[in-house]
Ligand binder design. Structure first.
Ligand code: SAM
Length: 511
């Protein structure tokens, strides 16, 4: 990772410049070049709205909220938009995501453990650390503005402490701080701190890379570092054009770029997806390209041979894959049943499906415990998808707080549920039918281990090689999918979430 010294620095007030590089009049009035050199915090008592928004969202996240839900509300409430909103977004997400590294730096600079710093003050310090070490804000401006924020939200007394700690942080580059706070740690622990992941997740990701054949011993370290770095990079906005309802060309006309990976995908470089009519109308949606490829692969597999097929999405909420599957099923004379355990999420599935339903596509949406469906409706469906509840370790780049919320104790409960759901799906599948098992986690306990444990206890199921079903936009097989027969996608290799997919065939039937 490059140090902050390597990067070009933005001018202090460049956030306030217009498209032609001119400063906005109000900034020129209050803060020309000479005035800026006096430090904004010395002139203004309060924090600016963008930084204050980032702090407010950080506080709510500390109380259990999700940053991606809180931030838009807070931006609206505080009237922060345009470049200031982009700044607040980068600041909020970065400070939460990189908390592992920044806390280590703050502890060193403050001379006390982070646990002994008042949490609202610690949040202010993390925002300051991210501006100094992770953004292109000049260090002195970052410190001064953050001290002004501290004065407003933490009080005058605490702002002195914030000032002292941030001034110390500005004395070194990012690279120097990383060397300082990782020195003396063992290799994985040092990677965990530098790349701001809990150590147990670093260990789990390393195990997954090795087990799935994504890296051999020689290249394991480089692959792990690339993966950790990819988790810290904000993901691109991927769109799906639901077949028969929208086209990639329509999304391209709306400003997106056609995906090279997904035949039904596009990437939006800038702008709000909600401004695209096809998205507002649920003919298209925001969806990771890995999820798109997975649904396309599931639909492309050889069916049970029984003709008019019935497909079941066992864990459908909020409905992203179900909506794609419904349109794909309609194109193959099949019908989709979408099941979800939570009433609220079943309602989300219905909303996601609105355009498909309006277009006359036959789709049944219902609420039920997927673990019981196998015994309630045995030997019924030609295909069953289990997109299982999981740790989400494959989508850490999307949820800045997720890595700090999960813990290894979550895994046994989840794998028990995943195993039950997979067994139930197999029971619900017709003889000769297919079951797809998917997670947005690459953790082997949730992926290959669940599949292995289920196959070991059943004599009516076989795994099929799913790799040939993953086709890119040019129709070529997607590369680097692992040793098979299962598929593992990776953020650092494919640019997708780390989705896992296994394809299982139930014995019997006409095949
Ligand atoms: C990974 S999400 C599915 C994502 C969805 N397929 C999509 O693409 O939008 C897992 C879903 O399983 C649901 N779930 C959890 N336990 C379940 C159960 N026992 N039966 C059915 N669904 C369950 C969760 O509520 C959650 O909506």
């Amino acid at each position: 990772m490059s140090s902050s010294e390597d990067r070009p620095r933005r001018d202090d007030d460049s956030r306030y410049r217009d498209a032609k590089g001119r400063q906005r009049p109000e900034v020129r009035r209050t803060g020309g070049r000479d005035r800026t050199a006096l430090r904004p915090a010395d002139r203004r008592r309060g924090g600016d709205p963008a930084r204050k928004t980032a702090w407010e969202v950080s506080r709510r996240v500390a109380e259990g909220a999700y940053a991606n839900l809180e931030l838009p509300k807070a931006l609206r409430h505080n009237g922060v938009d345009g470049r200031d909103a982009a700044f607040a977004t980068e600041l909020t997400y970065g400070a939460i995501r990189m908390r592992g590294l920044y806390d280590a730096v703050i502890e060193f600079a403050a001379g006390r453990p982070a646990s002994q710093i008042d949490p609202p003050v610690l949040d202010t310090l993390r925002l300051g650390a991210h501006q100094i070490l992770g953004m292109r804000v000049p260090p002195h401006a970052a410190a001064s503005e953050t001290v002004a924020l501290a004065r407003e939200v933490n009080g005058t007394g605490a702002s002195g402490f914030v000032n002292a700690v941030l001034r110390r942080i500005t004395e070194r580059t990012r690279a120097e701080w990383i060397a300082e706070v990782t020195g003396g740690r063992d290799h994985l622990d040092a990677l965990a701190v530098e790349h701001s992941h809990p150590l147990w997740i670093v260990r789990a990701l390393r195990g997954s890379l090795l087990a799935g054949g994504a890296a051999d011993d020689e290249h394991l370290d480089a692959a792990l570092i690339a993966l950790l770095a990819a988790d810290n990079a904000p993901p691109k906005v991927s769109l799906v054009a639901r077949p028969g309802l929208a086209s990639v060309a329509e999304l391209v006309d709306a400003g997106a770029e056609a995906s090279k990976l997904s035949p039904v995908g596009a990437t939006l470089g800038h702008g709000d997806p909600a401004d695209i009519p096809a998205i507002r109308q649920t003919r298209a949606a925001v969806q990771d390209e890995g999820s798109q490829l997975l649904a396309l692969a599931f639909a492309a597999a050889d069916g049970s041979g029984a003709g008019h097929e019935e497909w079941l999405d066992l864990c459908a909420g909020p409905g992203g894959k179900a909506a794609l599957l419904a349109t794909l099923a309609a194109g193959q004379d099949a019908v989709l049943f979408a099941n979800e355990v939570s009433e609220h999420r079943t309602e989300l599935v219905r909303r996601t499906m609105a355009a498909a339903i309006d277009a006359g596509i036959e789709v049944m949406v219902g609420t039920g415990d997927g673990r019981e469906l196998g015994s309630e409706e045995p030997d019924t469906y030609d295909r069953v998808l289990v997109d299982a509840p999981c740790t989400g370790l494959g989508a850490l780049r999307r949820r800045p707080e997720a890595r700090w919320r999960r813990n290894p104790g979550d895994i046994p409960t989840l794998t028990a549920l995943q195993t039950e759901l997979l067994n139930s799906a197999l029971d619900a599948a017709k003889p000769g039918g297919l079951v797809g098992y998917a997670t947005c986690s690459p953790h082997v306990a949730e992926t290959t281990e669940v599949v292995r444990a289920v196959l070991e206890r059943r004599d009516d199921v076989q795994a099929e090689d799913a790799r040939g079903l993953f086709r890119d936009a040019a129709g070529q097989q997607v590369t680097d999918l692992g040793d098979g027969p299962t598929v593992q996608l990776w953020p650092h290799v494919h640019g997708t979430d780390a989705m896992f997919f296994a394809l299982l065939r139930k014995a019997g039937g006409d095949r």
